[in-house]
Design a protein around this ligand. Structure first.
Ligand SMILES: Nc1ncnc2c1ncn2[C@@H]1O[C@H](COP(=O)(O)OP(=O)(O)OP(=O)(O)O)[C@@H](O)[C@H]1O
Ligand SMILES: [Mg+2]
Length: 413
């Protein structure tokens, strides 16, 4: 019996396919567009195509037709569906429903694609702590929301946003209305206003199993800073040990949120802030974290998070703390250092310091590095980080020293 995988066009999918190949499982590859199929053929088909027994480009207007074709070609059914990419999880839910696969129904996944829907669902169906949030359609509604909150800043963001694009922190009425206008014209969804949550921010990563059991695998503290006139720029991301504060409290909160949203058979990546009132949700995706957290978490545990997720996409296994190695995770120190580009470079001539950075004792990998010939834009969000370097070492002090060295060494001219 084959498994289905949607858009195997990236290393995240390739890690899972290599693992499932080793188990001898055949695959049916589904593509959300002809472009994705082309990418697969160019990049991965030679390496991973041997066990792919069929390829189909999905016609979004005829998912039922695809389900009938697949049903006729594979009368024994499918192991399940690997829906690893946030951009296609709604389509995956639709395919899952049409094929009667035991993945998440559309109404569950819709909650993960819309920040406003997610919080209103949680508010109506759970008792987890949430900040005030509301969609607004006019200046009067925006000002009325701020009046109710009674404090500044007010966070303005698109309900369907990602990558910190168009997230504003409005400090007065003028900034609030300007932020709303900008988001409205940005086309990333409706204008969502939120009460600002203070305190420290964390990324919580984990897996939900087939019955909604939740395992938090890794926790990271964001160090985001104001720099060159831009608020909240990515600076560093530090691993938090499983016996350190606030791992237990945040993990329990994250499990309540995931159960409240009824997510099953999926990795999740959540952002929470923790202030005097405890953890409070910023957002959560039914997906893996960005590349470096997953890779580093896999190294920290000595166990691939991609393989763990593949098991839960496809099989009925309960999550358990034995799936990971918290002792090893706790012994090692890890940090993601993000480069901040304060002034734009239209065309990079050279990357300075990369060889020295690679030689640092805790160097574990480069997450992102721009090439000579390409531009280096001013850092504002995920996509405009200058570069990313991952550090991993048994000695926390070594990681701290190397983080400073990385920032001093690595730059574009
Ligand atoms: N209500 C809030 N209170 C305090 N800070 C917030 C709030 N909402 C967002 N932020 C800050 O802005 C960042 C980006 O917001 P959010 O995660 O909602 O947007 P995003 O586009 O999904 O960004 P990313 O992909 O970078 O996580 C958060 O990580 C957090 O630092
Ligand atoms: Mg976010």
């Amino acid at each position: 019996m084959p498994y289905l995988i949607l858009d195997p066009t990236d290393e995240y999918a390739a890690h899972q396919m290599r693992f499932l190949d080793r188990l001898g499982l055949p695959a049916v590859a589904l593509f959300s567009s002809r472009g994705h199929q082309g990418l697969w053929r160019r990049r991965y088909a030679d390496e991973l195509g041997a066990r792919v027994v069929a390829e189909h480009v999905v016609d979004r207007d005829d998912v039922g037709g695809l389900a009938r074709t697949l049903g006729a070609q594979h009368p024994d059914g499918f192991f399940g569906l690997v829906a690893w990419d946030e951009r296609h999880i709604l389509l995956a839910a639709e395919i899952g429903e049409a094929l009667h696969l035991d993945w998440n129904p559309r109404d569950v996944i819709e909650r993960f694609r819309d920040k406003s829907l997610m919080k209103s669902w949680l508010r109506a169906n759970t008792t987890v702590r949430l900040n005030r949030a509301r969609l607004v359609a006019s200046a009067n509604e925006a000002l009325a929301f701020q009046d109710e909150v009674g404090a500044w800043p007010i966070v303005v963001k698109p309900s369907g946003g990602a990558g910190s694009m168009s997230v504003f922190f409005a400090g007065d009425r003028g900034e609030l209305l300007h932020g709303c206008q900008f988001v409205r014209e940005g086309g990333l969804g409706e204008v969502l206003l939120e009460e600002f949550v203070g305190g420290a921010e964390f990324a919580v990563n984990g897996i939900a199993d087939h019955v909604g059991g939740v395992l938090v695998t890794d926790l990271w503290r964001y160090d985001r800073r104001d720099s060159h006139g831009v608020h909240n720029v990515y600076f560093e991301t530090h691993k938090v040990g499983s016996r350190e504060e606030p791992f237990a409290e945040v993990a329990a909160y994250a499990a309540d949120v995931i159960r409240g949203l009824s997510l099953r058979r999926s990795p999740f990546h959540m952002e929470v802030k923790v202030d005097d009132g405890g953890p409070c949700l910023i957002e959560v995706g039914a997906r893996f974290a960005g590349g470096n957290q997953v890779t580093l978490a896999s190294e920290l545990h000595g166990h691939s998070m991609f393989e763990l997720a593949a098991c839960h996409y496809l099989d009925d296994i309960r999550v358990s703390p034995c799936d990971v190695d918290y002792a090893r995770y706790d012994e090692l120190s890890a940090r993601i250092v993000s480069g901040v580009q304060e002034t734009p470079i239209p065309c990079i001539e050279a990357v300075l310091g990369i060889d020295e950075v690679r030689a640092l004792p805790s160097f574990a990998g480069v997450g992102m590095l721009r090439r000579p010939g390409s531009p280096a834009p001013v850092s504002r969000d995920v996509n405009t980080k200058a570069w990313e370097v991952c550090l991993l070492h048994a000695a926390a002090e070594q990681v701290a020293v190397d983080a400073r060295a990385t920032r001093a060494l690595l730059r574009y001219v």
